[in-house]
Design a protein around this ligand. Structure first.
Ligand code: HEC
Length: 170
């Protein structure tokens, strides 16, 4: 390399490094999402991940009681808070995505509401950074955490690990 070529090379490398540094500061890690009662408000108007389901819940094959799985009279609806949400880079949903499963009795009254939120920031990191929720029929959070139901949410939803622990949206 001649001296001017070397100079040009150094300038190019320097600019490249500056650009990388720049893009790093404009794309910070996505913020941790800590759900509140408001995160589930109005879910009935969210997009459904699948048409309404009736009959034996697939959960019943895996373990009896979960999601009222053995009760064939319940009506099940699954919702997502972000229309069209799909798994992005690394096969994960973005922080802030909320899935919710509602079971209703045959007369239309709500029986149970369970939800999962992509919390991120290494929360429940062995299970896709999901936080699990039991929500009351009044929309108020009853219980939450990484190991809800003695770790049963993690254990069973691991069956959908290749679709980021979500059964009804790949
Ligand atoms: C024994 C298995 C099993 C257990 C335990 C279980 N689930 Fe599920 N869950 C399922 C299946 C199967 C579906 C798919 C929906 C359907 O067909 O009813 C589902 C669907 C969901 C959905 C809708 C998103 C999706 O995956 O399609 C949410 C939210 C959810 N479950 C939350 C929970 C929470 C919270 C717990 C723990 C309190 C839990 N689940 C425990 C099997 C299970």
């Amino acid at each position: 390399m001649t001296i001017p070529t070397i100079r040009l090379f150094i300038v190019a490398v320097f600019c490249g490094a500056a650009l990388t540094a720049c893009s790093e500061t404009t794309n910070p890690a996505p913020a941790e999402f800590i759900a509140t009662d408001a995160s589930f408000a109005g879910y009935a108007a969210w997009e459904k991940t699948t048409p309404e389901r009736t009959g034996l819940d697939p959960a019943s094959f895996l373990s009896g009681g979960a999601h009222d799985g053995t009760d064939t009279t319940v009506i099940r609806n699954m919702f997502v808070n972000k229309s069209g949400a799909t798994r992005g880079t690394g096969g994960q949903f973005d922080n802030g995505v909320v899935f919710l499963k509602e079971t209703k009795n045959a007369d239309g009254t709500i029986k149970q509401i369970l939800a999962m939120t992509k919390r991120g920031n290494d929360f429940n990191k062995d299970n896709g950074n999901w936080e699990w929720f039991m929500v009351g029929t009044d929309g108020i959070i009853i219980d939450r955490g990484a190991n809800l139901m003695g770790g049963m949410c993690n254990a069973c939803h691991s069956g959908a690990k290749t679709t980021d622990f979500v059964f009804t949206r790949s």
